[in-house]
Write a protein that binds this ligand. Sequence first.
Ligand code: B12
Ligand SMILES: Nc1nc2c(ncn2[C@@H]2O[C@H](COP(=O)(O)OP(=O)(O)OP(=O)(O)O)[C@@H](O)[C@H]2O)c(=O)[nH]1
Ligand SMILES: [Mg+2]
Length: 398
Amino acid sequence: MVVPPTPGRAGRPRKHAPLRLVTAVPLCDGHDSAVTTINTELAADGAEVIYLGYHCAASTIARAAVQEDAHAVGLSSYNGGHRIFFREVLRQLRERGAPDIPVFGGGGGTITRADERVMRRDGVDRIFFAGTPLAEIREAVRASYARELKASPRLTGDRLLGRRITLVERGIKVPAGGPVARGAATLVVGVAGPGGAGKSTLIDELTSRFLARRPGARVAILANDPTHPGTGGAILGDRVSAIYAQDDRVFFRSLATRGSLSGMSAAAPAVIALVRSCGQFELVLVESVGIGQESDPFGVFAGGAPAVDRTVYVISPHYGGRIQLQKTAMLTGADFVVLNKCDHPMARTASAEIGGMIAAPGGRAAFHTTVASQHNDPGVDRLFDAICAREAPMRARG
Ligand code: B12
Ligand SMILES: Nc1nc2c(ncn2[C@@H]2O[C@H](COP(=O)(O)OP(=O)(O)OP(=O)(O)O)[C@@H](O)[C@H]2O)c(=O)[nH]1
Ligand SMILES: [Mg+2]
């Protein structure tokens, strides 16, 4: 597969693949407005920013940095615990085979010059103090961390898989197979739907069912998010909703579309094939970007072999009316149609309209209703069972 070159700022070709940064606010800290500003600034400069949100444990940050194959980790800390917290993130990175991922950050006036000296001795790469102009932060981050990430025989486990995905995203062939011998067959499920319909929330709830029902087994999540066409940067935010990804049995990777308009990164089929071939995962959940009416991200209408085994189309009650449903290709192409946000008053009408459309000639999907934002929702239980049922439709694969 040929992956098109990533656009740089204002469409200029890049020297390197995009800088990938994991950013977060530590545990017991809700000061997220500074990091949100920094995220926006770095993404506008062409970086792919994987934002984890606030109140993040050190283990969540280290796991994400490894799986996302980040160039560096940026922390924004205002709760006074920065010396201990930054040190713990560095320790966990070392423990996960990633001592080379630099950690930097800021916290306005709460991080003093004296603190910084101690933190630098502990291995923190750089602290940005109050009053640092955003342009200086942007330049410093780019100059310090942008580099080509290469194959290395020293990498193992999730670090190795993370790096292989990075290489595949650049169009580089990597050997099939992986660190663990092939176990049970891998089921790959594609989840598509309009922006904000609840795809990530639903995937997180499906993950919780998988972790509870399949002790010891692993699940992978590949989440596509859009690259900004003007800047070439992206805020990869699907990980914020991934509560259950805070478990080493979950491998979560965010993919920026990097110019592809199909609803997935152009590299996604090759990344799916890689993750499938490594034999570590019983289930792979692939999230499309928020798609439009004509989109076919998994290629169900393309005539060839789709990239996934089963397809789920998630829609919320706010789709408009019957005419919008008739225009939406995936409603006739998906194996499962899920009306999410059924806690909304409009859900009754939506359920009748969508159910009616699927029951009419030409409809083929199994119809489910869910409230993904509610833990233990019985609709999600039924959907999980139906997707994983052996008799559920399995698409032919080449
Ligand atoms: C805004 C603010 C809030 C807002 C937060 C809104 C939000 N969603 O973020 C609200 C009002 C909710 C709030 C609440 C609280 N706050 Co408050 N808050 C602040 C305030 C005024 C500004 C922080 C900020 O966002 N600055 C804007 C950023 C862009 O600028 P900066 O801080 O100078 O950062 C620079 C660099 O460090 C760098 N940077 C920062 N982070 C990062 C990250 C990366 C990756 C990089 C590259 C760079 C970088 O960027 C800036 C560039 O110049 C500070 C006081 C202050 N003036 O700093 C107190 C402050 C942080 N808050 C404080 C406190 C105590 C609280 C509360 C506990 C108050 C209470 N009793 O309820 C709560 C806790 C809330 C929680 N859940 O954690 C104390 C913390 C004291 C401490 N740690 O010892 C402070 C210092 C105020 C004080 N002097 O007492 N707070
Ligand atoms: N009321 C309600 N809100 C929900 C439900 N499911 C998800 N949400 C909320 O809807 C918002 C969007 O959810 P996401 O899961 O991020 O949606 P998404 O489809 O992944 O969004 P994109 O990836 O940006 O396309 C979040 O605030 C969720 O908490 C639901 O069943 N009911
Ligand atoms: Mg999402």
